[in-house]
Design a protein around this ligand. Structure first.
Ligand code: Q5B
Length: 610
């Protein structure tokens, strides 16, 4: 690359600051320019924990990943080919980071976006850049663009603007301004009145920019591909007189169309500052009128007003063209920019079949809903846990007695001591040093047909038996001979007629007292009479009682036969035991962890070695 060039089609940059939108805009620009490789080599995000992470971006329709480093040192070491740093650091840290980049061996150009960098620091940065023959664009700038090659950050705005201003391929005009905002407008104006911009730089509105207007104009002068110069100066400072000098001593020979903004200052109170830190006339020499006059006197093409600027650009360009000095532009239809999916959805341009259907809750609005009821209302109305379970499991506001029943089940099943399968497994797992989730999962995984998980099957078989008109004794025979299995919900390892399970007693009492009717419980108690007459531990157990009484709940609350079937088949009733017993199992896990209990080993004398 020649010294007078800052960027070409292969330029790649390191972006300081995790500016995802600006990064995507740069790569979108690369895509419409038909660059072979994206221009962002790496990103620096000093706040991240890892030395290196990755960020996904689109390059056209394809997704690519860009490394994100914790430090500039790592980024430059891994990407020596990247010779531009676009510095999005805030004004507080921009000085240190820009200095580090200027002092690196690989970074040649630093674009400093931050506004408000102390002038002393800007001057030091400028000095370092001059000494090391490097270029600073900014501070307080949007950056710049080499049409068809490289774009700094958010320069030129949206991709639509880039295309409208024909920035996807180079024209013949070298443009420089102080203002970044005006550079967007000027890129468009130049595209309307010539074959477009070759390079466009906004040096920034501070009093001490890293490089001045003349620095860029002299670069453009040397570049044979640039045929004419356009410059937008600004009230304040004496930078434009350096351009006058260059015109006078012949360092600038190419036609220069220039306008110094701020001519309205003459009708406004003296000393008024125009937006930028440097945009204030401290003396008559610094006024826009004085500068425009000096430039015109020395031969620059200066319009009468800003409104005439476009015409002057056109006249100058047409003249050069008539003289055969303008090479034909290698124009092409820029590739259509794929529209982001989220945007397309917003605009109603695409539709997509969903993969998941959810009918119980929604978290998209301000307030999450449970079965269409706002969580705020649920809390304000002080609804019970039974109510919430009703909404999320059964999609119903359960009647109050049913809510109470659900809560009672959860309380009654919360724990049954450490000896049962679930608690035992959870304890052993916790003592093996495993985490809460693993210990709980290992306990939950024991819940099944013999332990805690007989509720759904109990409901299923008792419902089938009663609804099909089987007598209790026919049901017992059917289970033994046809199904060839123990009746789910009957039998307990330690509870018996003589040692009744108090949980079952409490459940029965509650249901008989509160449920309008309880035909399934009545039926099950008849079955129990027969089974306990055979063996005294073949009682209606806690699983069975929960499931059978739930059949009565569904009956009382007018659930349809199909809904009942779905509730049974989906194992929602076993879910009550899982939910309740998780409370106890977690208690056991915390208990073991609190005690720092040692690894469990089953004593040999509890094992028969045969
Ligand atoms: N027999 C629960 O069995 C247990 C029979 C039966 C007809 C039956 C057994 C069973 C069905 C599943 C069930 C939930 C395995 C139980 C729970 C939560 C818990 C736990 C806790 C908590 C116990 C001996 C003889 C045999 C069998 C006959 C047994 N059950 N006949 N229907 N249901 N029940 N599970 O004592 O002629 O000698 O061959 O599978 O409802 O898990 O606290 O511990 O909160 O944590 O080991 O309460 O009843 O008896 O299997 O040796 O059978 O009785 O056919 O007859 P056992 P087995 P035979 S509540």
């Amino acid at each position: 690359m020649e010294d007078y060039e800052l960027f070409n089609e292969k330029t790649s940059a390191i972006i300081y600051g995790f500016q995802t939108r600006a990064i995507q805009r740069m790569i979108d620009f690369d895509y419409v320019c038909k660059r072979e490789k994206p221009s962002v080599a790496a990103v620096i995000r000093p706040t991240q924990n890892d030395a290196v992470a990755y960020h996904k971006v689109f390059f056209g329709v394809k997704e690519i990943i860009i490394p994100v480093y914790k430090s500039l040192e790592m980024a430059t070491r891994n990407h020596p080919e990247a010779d531009v740093m676009v510095n999005f650091a805030s004004f507080r840290s921009s000085y240190e980071t820009s200095k580090e980049a200027l002092e690196s061996d690989t970074i040649r150009t630093v674009a400093i976006i931050a506004e408000g960098i102390p002038e002393r620091q800007s001057r030091i940065l400028g000095k370092i850049a001059r000494e090391r023959k490097k270029m600073i664009i900014g501070p307080a700038t949007v950056g710049g663009i080499r049409a068809g090659a490289f774009k700094i950050g958010n320069t030129a705005g949206t991709i639509e603007n880039v295309v409208l201003s024909k920035l996807y391929r180079p024209g013949s005009v070298g443009f420089v301004s102080k203002s970044g905002g005006m550079s967007n407008e000027m890129n468009f104006m130049i595209a309307q009145n010539s074959d477009g911009v070759y390079e466009s730089i906004a040096i920034g509105g501070d009093r001490y920019p890293g490089a001045s207007l003349i620095d860029h104009l002299l670069r453009y002068e040397q570049n044979p591909k640039i045929k004419m110069l356009v410059c937008l100066g600004e009230i304040g400072g004496t930078d434009e007189y350096k351009i006058v000098e260059a015109l006078k001593d012949g360092r600038i020979k190419k036609p220069l169309v220039i306008w110094v903004t701020g001519t309205a200052a003459s009708i406004l109170p003296k000393g008024l500052q125009f937006g930028h830190a440097g945009a204030m006339a401290g003396s008559d020499l610094e006024t826009a009128d004085a500068k425009n006059k000096a430039l015109k006197d020395i031969g620059a093409i200066v319009p009468k007003t800003y409104d005439e600027l476009g015409d002057k650009i056109k006249e100058t360009f047409d003249k050069l063209k008539a003289e055969g000095k303008i090479d034909p532009v290698d124009d092409f239809e820029p590739p259509k920019m794929p529209i982001d999916y989220a945007q397309a959805v917003k605009e109603g341009l695409v539709r997509r079949p969903t993969d998941v259907v959810v009918t119980i809750s929604d978290d998209r609005g301000d307030v999450p809903t449970y079965n269409k009821k706002g969580l705020d209302a649920i809390i304000k109305e002080n609804q019970s846990l039974g109510y919430v379970i009703g909404m999320l499991w059964f999609k119903r506001e359960l009647p109050e007695y049913a809510q109470k029943y659900v809560e009672m089940v959860i309380k009654l099943t919360a724990d049954h001591g450490p000896a049962v399968s679930g608690a035992h497994n959870a304890i052993i797992t916790a003592r093996a040093g495993k985490d809460l989730m693993s210990s709980l999962a290992s306990g939950i995984l024991t819940i099944g047909p013999r332990f805690g998980g007989a509720i759904s099957d109990g409901a299923k078989y008792f419902r089938m038996a009663k609804d099909s008109g089987k007598t209790p004794s026919e049901f017992i025979n059917y289970m033994k001979r046809v199904e060839k299995k123990n009746i789910p919900g009957i039998g307990h390892r330690i509870k018996s007629v003589q040692n009744p399970d108090v949980r079952v007693v409490l459940l029965k009492e509650f249901v008989i007292k509160n449920f309008p009717k309880h035909p399934y419980l009545d039926y099950a108690l008849e079955v129990e009479k027969l089974t306990t007459s055979k063996r005294n531990n073949l009682i209606l157990n806690v699983d069975g009682c929960i499931g059978i009484c739930f059949l009565d709940l569904l009956e009382n609350a007018d659930f349809s036969p199909e809904e009942k079937q779905d509730i049974i088949d989906s194992e929602a009733l076993n879910g009550l035991f899982v939910l309740g017993r998780s409370i106890g199992m977690m208690g056991h896990i915390f208990d073991q962890k609190r005690q720092r209990a040692r690894l469990y080993r089953q004593p040999w004398d509890e094992i028969l070695y045969d």
